[in-house]
Structure formats: structure tokens, C-alpha cells
Design a binder for this molecule. Structure first.
Ligand code: PMP
Length: 355
């Protein structure tokens, strides 16, 4: 039986994608060959890369706006340093909203001065700082749109006065409509809303590159990958193929706008229960709550075993919170059906009845 999978990532993908991807491992496009054994330079795979890139740009509404989509390796963690390597000449501005922002800041410091414009560390990152300003002399501004661990999400992005905005969207890419043309670089590890671990989507506005004086090693230079259509070296073929299938699925669902409606419904369902049920409390500040990762705690730990037993009996997987927050985290990525959230809410209600 398929479980209700609230894993934070890697996480649930559409069942139809699992089926198509499995089939392609056995016999890709009826070619008598597996997707895993063909050349990445073959016509069939080049078509996959091409479609994946086109779908990413189309779903973000960035067609004809000077952007290129790349499918790279090394995870979002490599983008922490690659963004700085390619853009940081003197000084960069960073918003610190949690573990992943902090890691991005650490890497950027290897390349120049980093000004932390604001941080929510004072309250264990349970909110998004507001009313900060981006210094006019920064080479770029970096933020994390959704904080997977703490369950907070930026709703209003700052106006940067022409300073390029770089955003780590690993855990909410393709989940809600935004004006994506506000961003100069968007990056996201595939393993939440897009596909299996092993590739990272990087969407780059081409005109921000080539402005720094340092030399960049080929593999870490965005221009290398742009120049070779994301095929400078062997791409992670299976991760790219599966991502392409998920992007096709998303397009069929009405794209980002279509899925946003479902994501809003799922988030409303869980947060209403967190607020209604006297046994639970939410972790993140209400106005900054993430639509993707709902973080919450039991007010009284004595119900821990009962709650977890009930969840297990309901075939719920992956709701344990990250160790730096504790409690619970329900990750509700694009492919998670509404009925899974309803099942979790029923378990929370059942706990109240039994407590
Ligand atoms: N940024 C965010 C917001 C994340 O959630 C994660 C991983 N969970 C990362 C970066 C790191 O991604 P990766 O493991 O692909 O390096």
C-alpha cells in the first residue's frame, strides 16, 4: 500500500512519474535500450534535456526574457558557492532565515565581504525578518524563499533597486505564482518539487554574468554550462529525465497557478487544525507560515507515543521534525494529494478524542 508521504526531501513525486520513469529504465521510448545505457549525446536524450529546459522556463513564465535553465550536479549546496564565485566581486548582501541561508553565507565569505542584512536567528528562525534594506553597493542580494527546516516562507520579496536578486528556491520551486523575472538567479535541488536527488535546476539571467574579474574554473562557471546547453559534461540523465516527466505532469495540472490552488487548500487544512486542536501549537510565525512545510509541536510530550502510533497506523510517513526544531513537520510538496493531509488531520483529531 502506498503511504501518505510527508517526507521533507527526497519526497513524494507523482505516482504516474514513478511509473513512467520505471518503464524508461527498462525500455526507453521503445528503443530496446534503457535510459541508463544510452549516450547523453544521443538524439533521444538531447530531446529530453531540451524539453526539460523549455518546460522549466515556460512554467516560471520566463520565456523570451533572457533566461537559461541549467540542470547541474552538486546539489543546491554547490550553488551556495557557485553563485558567489560567479557574482561576488566586492560585497554581497544576504538575508539569514535559517540553516540553508547560513550555509550559503559561509560559502560566500570565501569570495568577498558579506553583509547580513537581517537575521531571524534570535528566535530560532521562526519568522522572516522584514523592514531591512539592501545596500546599494552590493553585487547581489541572496535569500532563501522557503525554509524547509523551520517552516517559514518569504511572501514579499524586497525591492532591491536594481541589485540582482539570487534565490534558493529548493523547497518551494514551482509551487506558487511569483514574478520570477524579479530574480537574476534561481536555484533549486530537484529532490522536492521537481524530481529525484542528483540534479539542481539553475535558472540564470544571462546578462548578469561576465562582470567579475576573477577566473572561474570551467565546471563552476555558469557561462560554461550555458554555452554547452547544460551538456558540458555528462549530465545526470535519469534525474533530468524524471524531472522532465514531473514538469510535464505539472503543466497538465495547470502549471504553477493550478498547483498553487491545491497547495493553498492543503496548507489551510493543516494550519486550521494546528490552530484549532488544543493539543498542538505551530512553530512558525503565522504570517510567515510555509505552504510547503508545516512545523508544529505537541504542547504536552506525554502524547508523543500515542500520536506517533496513530500516525503509523494511518500509514503516515516522514512527519518527524528536523532535530533543530523538534516536534513535527508535515511537508506538503506539489505531488502530495489533499487526502494525505486529510488523513493527518484526522489523526490529530483522533488524538484529541483519545487523550
Ligand atoms: N536549500 C534548501 C532550502 C534546502 O531545503 C536544502 C536541502 N534540503 C538545500 C538547500 C541543500 O540542498 P542539497 O542537499 O541539494 O545540496
Amino acid at each position: 500500500m502506498k503511504k501518505h508521504n510527508f517526507s521533507a526531501g527526497p519526497c513524494i513525486l507523482p505516482q504516474s512519474v514513478f511509473e513512467q520513469a520505471s518503464q524508461a529504465v527498462l525500455n526507453f521510448n521503445n528503443s530496446g535500450l534503457s535510459i541508463l545505457e544510452i549516450s547523453h549525446r544521443s538524439k533521444d536524450f538531447v530531446a529530453v534535456m531540451d524539453e526539460a529546459q523549455k518546460l522549466a522556463i515556460e512554467l516560471l513564465g520566463l520565456e523570451g526574457k533572457g533566461y537559461k535553465a541549467l540542470f547541474l550536479q552538486g546539489g543546491a549546496s554547490t550553488q551556495f558557492l557557485m553563485a558567489a564565485y560567479n557574482l561576488l566581486e566586492k560585497k554581497a548582501a544576504y538575508l539569514n532565515t535559517g540553516t540553508w541561508s547560513s550555509k550559503a553565507i559561509k560559502e560566500a565569505k570565501l569570495f568577498g565581504e558579506v553583509e547580513e542584512v537581517a537575521s531571524s536567528k534570535d528566535k530560532n528562525f521562526n519568522y522572516i525578518p522584514k523592514n531591512y534594506s539592501v545596500p546599494a553597493d552590493a553585487d547581489y542580494f541572496h535569500c532563501t524563499s522557503n525554509n524547509t527546516i523551520f517552516g517559514t516562507q518569504i511572501k514579499d520579496f524586497p525591492t532591491t533597486g536594481g541589485i540582482p536578486m539570487v534565490c534558493d528556491m529548493s523547497s518551494d520551486i514551482f509551487s506558487r505564482k511569483l514574478d520570477f523575472s524579479k530574480f537574476s538567479i534561481i536555484y533549486a535541488g530537484a529532490q522536492k518539487n521537481m524530481g529525484p536527488a542528483g540534479t539542481t535546476l539553475v535558472v540564470v539571467k544571462e546578462d548578469i554574468l561576465g562582470k567579475i574579474s576573477r577566473e572561474i574554473p570551467s565546471m563552476l562557471d555558469y557561462q560554461t554550462h550555458i554555452g554547452k546547453d547544460s551538456m558540458f559534461n555528462t549530465p545526470p540523465v535519469f534525474a533530468v529525465y524524471t524531472s522532465m516527466l514531473t514538469l510535464r505532469w505539472l503543466k497538465e495540472k495547470g502549471g504553477v497557478e493550478g498547483i498553487q490552488k491545491l497547495n493553498e487548500e492543503k496548507a489551510a487544512l493543516i494550519y486550521n487544525e494546528i490552530d484549532r486542536n488544543p493539543l498542538f501549537e505551530g512553530f512558525a510565525a503565522v504570517e510567515d507560515r510555509s505552504m510547503m512545510n508545516a512545523t508544529f509541536n505537541l504542547k504536552d510530550e506525554k502524547y508523543k507515543d500515542l500520536f506517533e502510533d496513530l500516525a503509523k497506523a494511518a500509514h503516515i510517513n516522514g512527519i518527524n521534525g528536523h532535530r533543530s526544531v523538534g516536534g513535527y513537520r508535515a511537508s506538503m510538496y506539489n505531488a502530495l494529494p489533499l487526502k494525505s493531509v486529510q488523513t493527518l488531520v484526522n489523526v490529530m483529531k483522533e488524538l484529541e478524542t483519545q487523550a
